[in-house]
Design a protein around this ligand. Structure first.
Ligand code: M6R
Length: 608
């Protein structure tokens, strides 16, 4: 996720900006840049790679003299990591510089419009459109220009902006991307997050949605997007530096779980237009989509589990047969693919060795590959024929949470798109699915609110030896992920079983007090799963059920029930996973495990 730092004051800006950006490195980035006003003009420097490279390039900021500037670490979204795509972006005259975190969703029509007015673009980014729009609307009043631009753009943004005609001011603005400003006796600061400025001030203001801030050496003024002045209260930060990196959360994993509502929104909302699903990145017409008669999903670990859910959703909605393979198996089993088949490789990192090999193998055999990838510019993103990005931002914890949720969201969109292209879904059902899809972020938020309750329950299982997860159909898919979440971070042995399959052997492992987590969110299977619950309960199991609100009948058969809000049965995994993530997390915390860096695991598995 991009990081922003800005400074205006009586000290040199560049060293402060570099120092602030270094405190935002945890957010992940692939390039960095800054712009400083030197008394005459705005100087900008950019460097792909580690921040150290920008530091060396500017001798720790010493070669960029000036007391006002903005800086940025970029996590590539629109366009691969490169100097041209790095921020700051400037207008052609070099008199306006902007750094941005977020996504300008309507940048394509805006870009076309600006090109028609004679503006030339030098990058592939959505952000550059802001620099040119600011130029277009700037008639000597920065606040007015910013306000006009913000009325034109859709999407999310945290911005740092400077105008060379106003060397004693810098500006900040925000909508749906984090941004704070702070002040001490010597100047004012902009930052994406507290750690960047904690060394300089503990008194900060959280910039609210659609607010603009004018920062000067001696203080700040806040404005609404309509240029009305606002009064705001400062907040005193009492976290230590380590807690501040995690925004006050104990672990990155917990922070990332809490980012899931935003992740799902970011993945879904740019692709819903005029009550339809538009996935331009597929680069396929409806006719071409219609021609797909078989799908092979290939992935590893949690991405594979997302693929298993994808199979149920695509088959149910679009009636296209889907096979899901572990990439490590797919690449050696000489799978039978046909000309009418599409291969989908799902990967957070885009660098997983087996998934990449499966992609190359499929392409070598002449098949089209769609990548569902989180890291822009990663190997899978570069080599796939088309890429559908999951906009989860960088994930730091080894155990994936938000990227997995984004993968589910991307697969729902794809399934709906395929269903529509194949005339497999009525317009009424499609519209209802859109409604349910849009509701998911707030429903996830609601479930995250049950953290204490789940923590309390999880504390009883820190000494558990084995925990089983069962479910049928799509609930089996989520059981796989729930079980992996638990075992990878808590080291408690766990298995996921299709609920009806347990009695064919594994049920012999159930002893008095063994915890069985039963997921039951599919109305047509409620009774069937209750029967399986009864079977294991009769052997002494303790039952935690995760089910839909209307399935209260499950209470009689279970010992502890977590309800998920009402949604389409095809989307329940996005909700059921939340209590399961929280459960795994709190068992691991209770055991004192290194939650963010579990033993023997790497975030990106680049070996076979
Ligand atoms: O980066 P990828 O999505 O390709 O990674 C695949 C797996 O290695 C990954 O999902 C792994 O299973 C996670 N540790 C699960 O939390």
């Amino acid at each position: 996720m991009c990081g922003i730092v800005g400074y205006i004051g009586s000290n040199q800006a560049a060293p402060i900006i570099l120092d602030g950006l270094s405190k935002l490195e945890y957010r992940g980035y692939d390039s960095a840049g800054m712009a400083v006003f030197d008394g005459e003009k705005i100087n900008a420097k950019k460097a792909v790679g580690r921040l150290k490279i920008l530091e060396n390039l500017t001798h720790g900021g010493e070669t960029m003299k000036g007391t006002a500037g903005v800086g940025h670490t970029r996590w590539a979204t629109h366009g691969a990591p490169s100097d041209a795509n790095s921020h700051p972006h400037l207008n052609a005259k070099g008199t306006i510089a902007v750094v941005h975190n977020g996504i300008i969703e309507n940048y394509i029509p805006l870009k076309k419009k600006m090109i028609s007015k004679g503006y030339e673009f030098v990058s592939e980014t959505d952000t550059e459109v802001l620099a040119h729009l600011l130029d277009y609307y700037y008639k000597g009043n920065p606040l007015e220009a910013i306000s006009k631009v913000l009325h034109r753009v859709e999407g999310s943004y945290a911005l740092g902006i400077m105008f060379s005609e106003y060397p004693d001011e810098i500006y900040a603005a925000r909508k749906d991307s984090p941004l704070i400003v702070g002040q001490n006796e010597e100047g004012c600061f902009i930052a994406s997050d507290v750690p960047a400025i904690l060394k300089y001030t503990r008194s900060v203001y959280y910039v609210d949605n659609q607010e603009i801030v004018q920062l000067k050496r001696e203080g700040m003024k806040f404005f609404s997007v309509d240029e009305e002045e606002l009064t705001k209260e400062a907040v005193t930060i009492d976290w230590d530096a380590d807690a501040a990196e995690k925004a006050g959360y104990e672990h990155f994993m917990l922070k990332e779980m809490y980012e899931q509502p935003k992740t799902v929104t970011d993945t879904i909302s740019p692709r819903i237009k005029d009550n339809d699903i538009v996935i331009d990145e597929l680069k396929m017409t409806d006719e071409e989509l219609k021609a797909i008669k078989r799908i092979h999903i290939v992935a590893c670990g949690s991405a594979y589990h997302a693929g298993v859910t994808g199979k149920y959703v695509i088959e149910s909605l679009a009636r296209i047969p889907v096979e899901v393979d572990f990439a490590s198996e797919f690449r050696y089993r000489d799978p039978i693919l046909g000309d009418d088949c599409m291969v989908i490789v799902i990967s957070q990192s885009g660098e997983t060795a087996d998934s990449l090999a499966a992609l190359r193998d499929s392409k070598a055999k002449g098949y089209k590959v769609l990548g569902i990838v989180n890291v822009v510019g990663s190997s899978i993103a570069r080599e796939a024929d088309s890429v559908m990005y999951t906009w989860a931002g960088p994930e730091i914890a080894v155990a994936t949470t938000k990227a997995y949720s984004a993968q589910l969201a991307a697969l729902y969109l794809l399934a709906m798109k395929l269903a529509k292209a194949n005339n497999r879904v009525s317009e009424d059902r499609f519209q209802q699915l859109l409604v349910d899809l849009r509701k998911l972020p707030e429903q996830i938020e609601l479930l995250l609110g049950q953290k204490e309750k789940i923590q309390h329950f999880a504390n009883r299982y820190v000494g558990a030896k084995d925990i089983f997860f069962i479910g049928r159909g799509i609930d089996y898919a989520i059981s796989l992920e729930g079980s992996l979440k638990l075992k990878e971070i808590s080291y408690v042995h766990s298995e996921a079983y299709a609920a009806g399959e347990l009695k064919h052997g594994t049920i012999s492992l159930i002893e008095d007090g063994t915890l069985v987590v039963a997921v039951s969110t599919q109305p047509n299977l409620y009774q069937k799963t209750i029967s399986n619950i009864v079977e294991v309960k009769a052997r002494g199991a303790f039952i935690m059920a995760v089910t839909s609100v209307e399935n209260q009948a499950i209470e009689k058969a279970s010992d502890y029930v977590v309800y998920i809000p009402q949604t389409d049965p095809l989307f329940t995994n996005s909700l059921a996973i939340i209590p399961l993530q929280l459960f795994g997390y709190y068992v691991a915390v209770g055991k004192g495990c290194d939650v963010d860096k579990p033993r023997n695991l790497a975030k990106s598995v680049t070996v076979e």
